[in-house]
Design a protein around this ligand. Structure first.
Ligand code: G6P
Length: 368
């Protein structure tokens, strides 16, 4: 596998642009893109008899898992216990063999994630590993391996691995829903049909928003603090947006559940801390807009990341509004990852940081 930047300035940029292509590799492994059904590969764990699912990971992989939690609970009625691996392994949570455990790791070598895996294995749980590196320790020690097929990821800040992890988690949640009788054939077809649209939609969106993200990054680079807000699956995305921005631009950023705004971060709102609100026009939209009003009423600047319906429904004045196409709820987290990645990327480029090798960070953390 020859890895070079092609005609991109950084690996991170290349990896952002590769997403439509690797997404179709990842998806076609788990779902039939023509018949719109999940494949046997997505059924390597028998979800039917499970009482619960434990998920553990670190960093961006953990945030993918947090989105997965919403999906497993909603589409498969499967309760999910999730924590960062460094906490998970020491919590001494009660585990039983009628649960399965999923570990998510791009490298498959993260020490804390591996230790959590061994902890669950000792408790007799069936172990699934969602990994990019198929020859890794985590893959070897798992009972079932779910490759994300993203190809080598060089940029320290994860991009394509994140969206491929999401594609695999979504496929598994649909498979689990099917196995547990929560989703019928028709609903399965509908959900898989949406997943199948991802490569085309992501390729459209990445080109559509690129110029706006580049110019917006100049404005963003002037600030010292940024707050990201979201509800539902947009909440982990807010955490991921903040993580990405702080990792590579060194601007202090925090992600919050939009509903928690009034329990703390609202005290910080003024014209010096832009608030990036991630709000597709979904079941949570009206509630998120009311949080956005609370920001506006206190003189906060808003960067509104929404879709066509959302943009039409909100009358609030913003610093910028990023309008994505209207997409199905199950694919919104992958599509909305694109503005978040591009904004962090261009801000870092504009500020002149070492985008692919940010200070103090490692691609794979093999010590505790
Ligand atoms: C490091 C990397 C992150 C990554 C995390 C987990 O912190 O900088 O990009 O999300 O480790 O790595 P893993 O290989 O387990 O996904």
């Amino acid at each position: 596998y020859l890895v070079d930047k092609g005609n991109h300035r950084h690996f991170m940029e290349k990896e952002i642009y590769e997403q439509p292509e690797v997404m179709s590799h990842a998806l076609s492994h788990y779902v039939d893109l023509a018949d719109h059904v999940v494949k046997a590969e997505a059924m390597a764990i028998d979800f039917k008899p499970l009482r619960g699912l434990a998920i553990s990971a670190c960093g961006t992989a953990f945030l993918a898992g947090l989105i997965g939690k919403y999906w497993f609970e909603r589409y498969a009625r499967l309760p999910v216990e999730i924590d960062v691996a460094s906490e998970f392994r020491y919590r001494e949570m009660p585990l039983s063999p009628d649960q399965a455990a999923l570990f998510i790791s791009q490298s498959g070598e993260t020490a804390d994630t591996l230790a959590s895996l061994r902890y669950c294995k000792d408790a007799g749980l069936k172990i699934g590993a969602i990994v990019n590196a198929r020859e890794s320790t985590i893959a070897r020690e798992a009972d079932a391996v779910f490759p994300i097929l993203a190809g080598p990821e060089i940029g320290v800040a994860s991009t394509k691995a994140f969206t491929c992890q999401l594609a695999v988690l979504a496929s598994l949640a649909i498979a689990a829903g099917k196995a547990r009788g929560v989703i019928n054939d028709e609903e399965e077809k509908e959900l898989v049909r949406h997943l199948a649209e991802l490569p085309r939609i992501m390729s459209h969106v990445v080109n559509l928003i690129q110029p706006q993200m580049e110019s917006l990054s100049r404005d963003l680079s002037k600030f010292k603090d940024v707050l990201y807000l979201g509800r539902g699956t947009s909440y982990p995305l807010a955490l991921e947006g903040a993580l990405k921005l702080k990792e590579i631009s060194y601007i202090h950023a925090e992600g919050y559940a939009a509903g928690e705004l009034k329990h703390g971060p609202i005290a910080l709102i003024d014209e010096n801390m832009p608030v990036i609100v991630i709000a597709p026009y979904d079941r949570f939209f009206e509630k998120t807009v009311s949080n956005m009003q609370e920001v506006a009423a206190r003189g906060g600047r808003i960067i509104f990341v929404t879709d066509a319906k959302g943009a039409a429904a909100s009358k609030l004045e913003t610093m910028a509004t990023i309008v994505l196409p209207d997409v199905a709820e199950i694919i919104a987290p992958m599509v909305f990852s694109l503005p978040i990645q591009l904004l962090a990327y261009h801000t870092a480029v504009f500020m002149g940081t070492d985008v692919d090798q940010p200070r103090n960070l490692a691609k794979s953390v093999t010590v505790e």
